[in-house]
Design a protein around this ligand. Structure first.
Ligand SMILES: O=c1ccn([C@@H]2O[C@H](COP(=O)(O)OP(=O)(O)O)[C@@H](O)[C@H]2O)c(=O)[nH]1
Ligand SMILES: O=C(O)[C@@H](COP(=O)(O)O)O[C@H]1O[C@H](CO)[C@@H](O)[C@H](O)[C@H]1O
Length: 330
């Protein structure tokens, strides 16, 4: 690791692997002292199996029992199952991506759900958690908020964790984060070595200041995490970024084929940023296409799909956003 990445890793990595490891009272005092409002956002596409328990736990712990969280929103991202009903029954606010900023249309993808969540929430601190998390993750919220509540220089905090992998009901203790290990990490190390200290650059659990999040674009599909990491590095520099060890993260895993498409979208987002004005670097033009292959018993059958990067502009540039007033909270 380059010296700057190593120094960052040593200075900006904290630990919050269990609730016992976190001084919740100190965080509540810091929240009150800073006059902060906290929004928790769960982007959810067809997560009826997991979103209810997650919402109920987070709400009970951080809204009813202790006032750490002020708003818990599930963004229903074109679900075809009972995600919205299950989330609402568990006590979350629920909004469909199609219902937010309707004048701007609606695109599929996780990043679209996250971008629109900024216009549907009011906290000056925003925590993002995947809605397919499994196991005891209540400590993720205070863990992610810690650096933001205690260090004004920090704009953005990513969770990091070990990642067991569950395939066909069999759980192995490591192996999760396949796109991270086989695509994102090698490319980021090659093109942005200053980010090499991030253990989980693609992890879906992170938190940031609205004042920073509203100033960067949101890649509309799975490139959103890597796009935010690079763009927030550019916005605030490495000292403005932090990571926190949250212990273990389990979620419902996708197929290798689905992750191939995700990897294509991550590569497109990285190359699009590699192209745009990095002094002394040869522009890299991505095709925006991914071709995968299945074998039908007699031969290989190719199937191609677009993985070109589509993104939404910084929310501060959206007139309706200011009219909504959400940005005033930041
Ligand atoms: O179009 C999408 C795709 C995913 N997601 C949500 O984003 C999170 C992460 O997506 P997924 O679990 O598919 O990715 P993985 O964690 O398997 O990489 C989950 O809460 C999904 O429900 C979403 O809101 N819209
Ligand atoms: O980290 C990864 O490689 C991928 C896939 O994880 P698994 O191999 O299914 O454990 O998961 C992450 O990547 C997505 C794209 O950034 C995020 O949206 C997901 O939240 C995150 O789980």
């Amino acid at each position: 690791m380059r010296p700057d990445a190593r120094a960052w890793f040593q200075h900006r990595t904290s630990s919050a692997t269990t609730l016992a490891a976190i001084d919740i009272d100190a965080l509540l005092r810091a929240k009150r002292r800073g006059g902060h409002r906290v929004s928790v956002v769960l982007p959810a596409r067809n997560e009826a199996a997991t979103v209810g328990r997650l919402v109920a736990t987070l709400r009970e712990r951080w809204m009813l029992r202790l006032p750490l969280v002020d708003e818990l929103l599930v963004v229903d991202s074109d679900s075809t199952d009972a995600t919205a009903d299950v989330a609402r029954a568990a006590g979350a606010d629920v909004v469909a991506t199609t219902a937010v900023l309707p004048a701007h249309g609606s695109r599929p993808g996780k990043g679209e759900a996250l971008w629109k969540s900024l216009a549907a929430t009011t906290g000056d601190l925003v925590v993002f958690l995947d809605a397919d998390l499994i196991g005891d993750v209540a400590h993720y919220v205070p863990g992610l908020l810690g650096p933001l509540l205690t260090d004004p220089q920090v704009l953005y905090v990513k969770g990091c964790y070990t990642r067991p992998l569950e395939i066909d009901g069999q759980v192995v203790p490591a192996g999760g984060g396949r796109v991270t290990e086989l695509t994102a990490r090698p490319l980021l190390n090659a093109l942005w070595p200053e980010l090499a200290g991030f253990v989980q650059p693609l992890g879906g659990e992170y938190a940031g200041r609205r004042s920073a999040l509203e100033q960067v674009p949101f890649v509309s599909a799975y490139g959103v995490e890597v796009g935010l990491l690079i763009d927030l590095l550019r916005l605030g520099g490495l000292p403005a970024l932090a990571q926190v060890d949250l212990g273990v993260r389990r979620h419902t895993s996708q197929s290798q084929e689905a992750l191939g498409v995700m990897a294509g979208e991550v590569v497109s987002a990285i190359l699009a940023r590699a192209e745009s004005g990095r002094p002394g670097h040869h522009p890299l033009t991505a095709s925006g296409l991914l071709t995968q292959f299945r074998h039908d018993g007699s031969g290989f059958v190719p199937s191609s799909r677009a993985v070109a990067v589509e993104e939404r502009p910084p929310m501060v540039t959206v007139p309706d956003y200011r009219a909504h007033g959400a940005g005033m909270a930041g």
